[in-house]
Design a protein around this ligand. Structure first.
Ligand code: IPT
Length: 963
């Protein structure tokens, strides 16, 4: 249909040919800043504003780069898979939010400096039409791809210029951009005016290979200069050759993510000098193993979307740098740029600090899955050129980055001929990098087998080369010989992910497995405020979207403000490039780096006796080459009397560009001594008989209600409980929108509405025994909780809670424990046990035994969707005290789980945002004998069998003391 508007076209946009993003001495004028802006709900508004004389003084101002939805125009909307508009390509709805942008600028002296002028949009979501001084210069789409326009004829030298851009939210391109993220529009990356000198360097292509057998480098830098001769110089290597000439360098230092050695280089013609940073490295699949510089690559990776809670995808260089530094500091060595090429500066930072990158094309058509992939753009010839264009723009822009080691054709776009065309084009253009695309499991068009969210057992089968065969034997044989990358796994939504260690073990064990990329780096929560001004992070549905996917947008290792979640600390732990373990009376140290020794690390040890540091020192480990191990002896340690551990840490010996000296890279805690006698409970003095008094039972510091058997007073403190607790506010992994959900099973079994019946309050010679039966309406099974109280001399109290099962109670249970309400003024918690962070059976890998202190507030983990959180594991004793002094101490015969909150688990369950949670005046102390594991079923496999909490008898033996 010829009368379709410009943004409803299957064809790729007609902008200038794609090329590398170059650092050049040719003048560049950034047009970023405050622009004039007019918002409309449709895309067919008047084009009055393109005229230079148009009066825009009545328009609002909007920063460029930005998304207009984050500045009060329209609203953000979140869908994961569903398109928020009917599927009828290339048509889009009439309701098409549109931003008209205007920016007047004066060309500085000497502009244009001769030659041509190019206007560059680094990112316009989703399509933009551009005028300069009233002259149309073109239109573009491909939101996360660069577009350039020749504006030479339209530019007014020495005078005032006006650039006008109409950006539409929906375009044909939107069908290719169904990534799991907020729909956010606008000029969200920079706008530049570039001088293109005649005889300048239009494009550069670097090939810098490394031969690990000889240590030699081979360098070819070609330059697109028209007829102009160009020279390539790498002063440090003494290179000064004509562009296009191949130089063999007998000795170079290779680039790797661990040792990101870059050589400064220039490419010059008489008219222009381009500055490059060259890294020598060779990526190759050798005998089914993916290698870099001859060594097997192991990706300890994350999927990274660009995100900032105020700016959306309009991230600044500081945001990018923060991401890179945080990744490096958490032992992450690889990034998949899910699901589009990032801002080009991000790749510069990856080159500089060292991260392996899977660079992904801006392509996803996931929502076609909802209609059985009918009409999928990946297989419709009308879209072919647009898809190839997207791949071309990805590869051309990013081809010179040593950090980029694989190209990805896109994400979740089914399979089809257009993907094959993209692969074919890429292979011809850049044979130096293997190709990846997850969704075509035949791997017909790619070099690497990749899958997402596989269970551990399936990953292991792939590791052994024993995966289920493909129907086509030839394809099967081909795929079986491929290296494997777990391109998304360990969905970090809310509390979790559980089970990271099990995957890592496999990646390290099977050469075919090259690790993977945790989903995902950061929660995409948008900073918002309640009516009364309290800040929270909004997720899908918070902006009134009709179709949305709720908090599935918040599934990162970082909270939106880039503070780390417990999951990130677990990732750091399992990704440790140095493994430290006990070995006889020594310490075994395994170097798991790709190509670094250990000389950059200091090894320190600390001896703690019952949580008190009693000695420390350093270990002389010496240099251990990559892939090798050593055992070092510990010095003879001073005698200890309690529970004692040696913690061995590997820390940076000197400042690195990404962290200061002393930064901890790896650590392990080795048990030195367990106390010879069992804990408190059995060593306590003789029991004191209880004393009935006016309907109450007095037992040492405790006062119990004679009818209900409930503890009502503990020394000076009014208390409530303890009572059997089985419910936990379902985690995102319990709710499992894309996995096997436990929450409905649990609610179905009535675990969220248990009733407690007291069957007996018996006073014995030594104490009080309270028998209860705990069950929901409508079922016949029950839990039987018996609380046996014994007062001990010295204001101490023993409590033994026996939990039994009567009849059929389906497992796994959320948790098993007791909850005790204390006065809210007891808001400081000290404990001896695992910490400092939260831990569940399959999480908390980074925790270690020690003495820790946190306020109740600090013990809460503010997941964007409130859910079970904050549990501390392996607790030997804990005290909960008031600021003014006094409190309660609990000690367990066996280590227990400890959760302390200013609200109940039920209130946590009801909340939609952390701001819904208000302290209810109590400090709720939950002591558990077990929790169900966390797993990763929010998108992927559930809890591994060993971490399930069965509905089986359990016992908590505690001693309470009033402080
Ligand atoms: C898969 C997607 O690739 C990714 O973009 C994201 O949506 C992730 O999982 C979940 O957060 S799609 C999934 C439904 C298999």
């Amino acid at each position: 249909m010829s009368d379709r508007p410009w943004y409803e076209s299957f064809a790729p946009p007609p902008a200038l040919p794609a090329r590398a993003w170059l650092d050049t001495d040719a003048p560049r004028l950034s047009l970023d800043g405050l622009w004039r802006f007019r918002y409309a709900g449709r895309a067919d508004g008047p084009l009055d504003f393109i005229r230079p004389a148009f009066d825009d003084t009545g328009w609002e101002r909007l920063p460029v780069p930005s998304h207009w939805q984050l500045h009060g125009y329209g609203a953000p909307a979140y869908t994961n898979i569903s398109y928020p508009f009917p599927l009828d390509p290339p048509r889009v709805p009439d309701e098409n939010p549109t931003g008209d942008h205007r920016h007047a600028f004066r060309l500085p002296e000497g502009w244009p400096p001769g030659g041509r002028a190019v206007l560059r949009l680094a990112g316009a979501d989703s399509a933009a039409r551009v005028w300069l001084n009233g002259v149309e210069v073109g239109w573009t789409s491909g939101s996360r791809l660069t577009s350039e326009f020749d504006v030479t004829e339209a530019l007014r030298p020495g005078g005032d210029n006006v650039v006008a851009v109409r950006v539409v939210q929906w375009s044909a391109g939107s069908y290719l951009e169904d990534q799991d993220m907020w729909w956010l529009s606008g000029l969200f990356r920079g706008v530049d005016l570039l001088a293109r000198p005649a005889g300048g360097v239009a494009d550069v292509e670097v090939r810098a290979d490394y031969d690990h057998h000889t240590g030699a480098g081979t360098l070819t830098v070609t330059a697109a200069t028209g007829q102009a001769p160009a020279r390539v110089r790498v002063p440090e290597l003494g290179v000064d050759v004509a562009a296009g000439e191949t130089v063999r360098l007998p000795r170079v230092e290779p680039w790797s993510a661990e040792r990101p050695r870059l050589y400064d280089a220039t490419v010059s013609t008489g008219a222009e000098t381009v500055t490059l940073r060259i890294g020598f490295r060779t990526v190759r699949v050798v005998d089914g193993v993916l290698t870099a510089n001859g060594r097997r690559l192991l990706f300890r990776g994350v999927n990274r979307h660009e995100f900032h809670p105020d700016r959306g995808r309009a991230v600044t260089e500081e945001d990018m740098r923060e991401d890179v530094l945080l990744m490096k500091q958490h032992n992450i060595n690889a990034v998949r740029t899910s699901h589009y090429p990032p801002h080009p500066r991000f790749l510069d930072l990856c080159d500089e600090y060292g991260l392996w990158v899977v660079d992904e094309c801006d392509l996803e058509t996931h929502g076609y899955g909802t209609v059985d992939w009918r009409g999928n753009p990946a297989d419709d010839p009308r879209w072919r050129d647009a898809l190839v264009d997207r791949m071309r723009r990805t590869v051309e822009r990013d081809k010179n980055h040593p950090s980029v080691v694989l190209w990805s054709l896109g994400n979740e776009s089914g399979s089809g001929r257009n993907l094959a065309a993209m692969a074919g084009w890429t292979r011809r253009r850049d044979p130096s990098r293997p190709l990846l695309y997850e969704r075509d499991w035949t791997c017909r068009d790619v070099d690497v087998y990749s899958r997402m969210y596989l269970p551990v057992a399936e990953v292991e089968a792939i590791g052994r080369g024993e995966e289920a065969p493909l129907d086509d034997p030839a394809l099967d044989a081909r795929r079986r010989a491929m290296p494997f990358i777990h391109v998304e796994y360990a969905h970090a939504m809310g509390n979790g992910p559980g089970g990271l260690a099990e995957y890592q073990r496999l990646y390290e064990r099977y050469p075919r497995l090259h690790g993977g990329f945790v989903w995902e780096w950061i929660d995409h929560g948008i900073r918002a405020r309640t009516d009364d001004g309290r800040e929270f992070f909004a997720y899908g549905g918070d902006f009134g979207e009709e179709v949305h996917d709720g908090n599935f947008v918040a599934d990162g290792l970082l909270f939106p403000d880039r503070t780390s979640s417990p999951g990130l600390l677990d990732v750091k732990k399992v990704f440790e490039p140095v493994q430290i373990a006990g070995s006889g009376d020594g310490v075994a140290i395994a170097n798991r780096y790709l190509d670094s020794g250990l000389s950059h690390l200091d090894f320190r040890w600390t001896l703690e006796d019952d949580g008190e540091v009693v000695a420390r020192g350093t270990l002389a480990v010496g240099d251990v080459p990559a892939g090798e191990s050593t055992v070092v002896r510990l010095p003879s340690l001073p005698a200890t009397t309690g529970e004692a551990y040696v913690t061995v840490c590997a820390v940076l010996a000197a400042d690195e560009p990404w962290a200061k000296a002393g930064h901890e890279v790896a650590s392990t805690q080795l048990e030195v001594r367990q106390p010879a006698t069992p804990r408190a409970v059995t060593t306590s003095p003789a029991p004191v008989p209880p004393r009935p008094e006016g309907g109450q039972l007095h037992a040492g510091p405790a006062v119990l209600d004679g009818r209900t058997g409930r503890l009502v007073r503990l020394g000076p403190w009014e208390v409530d409980g303890p009572r059997l607790q089985v419910w936990r506010a379902p985690t995102d992994n319990d709710r499992a929108p894309h996995g096997e959900a436990l929450e409905p099973v649990w609610r179905g079994a009535g675990l969220d509405r248990l009733t407690h019946r007291v069957d007996e309050v018996a006073v014995t010679g030594t104490g009080v025994v309270v028998r209860t039966r705990v069950a929901p309406a409508a079922v016949d099974g029950a839990l039987l909780a018996t609380y046996a109280w014994t007062a001990l001399a010295g204001d101490r109290l023993r409590l033994v809670v026996d939990i039994g099962v009567e009849g059929h109670v389906p497992g796994p249970l959320p948790m098993l424990g007791v909850v005790l309400g204390l006065p809210g003024e007891l808001d400081q918690v000290e404990w001896f046990g695992r910490g400092p962070g939260e831990a569940y059976p399959d999480t908390g890998l980074a925790t270690r035994v020690g003495r820790w202190f946190r306020t109740v507030g600090e013990l809460q983990t503010p997941y964007l969707f409130p859910q079970e959180n904050g549990r501390r594991a392996g607790v030997r004793w804990a005290s909960v005290t008031a600021g003014r002094g006094g409190g309660v101490r609990v000690e367990g015969r066996a280590p227990f789980g400890l959760t302390v909150r200013p609200w109940t688990a039920e209130a946590l369950d009801r909340a939609a945002h952390p701001t819904d949670l208000v302290a209810d005046g109590h400090t709720w102390l939950t002591l558990d004998a077990g929790h169900n594991g966390i797993g990763s079923a929010s998108c992927g496999p559930g809890v591994l069998p060993g971490y399930l909490l069965p509905a089986a008898p359990a016992r908590l033996e505690l001693e309470l003391r009033v402080l």
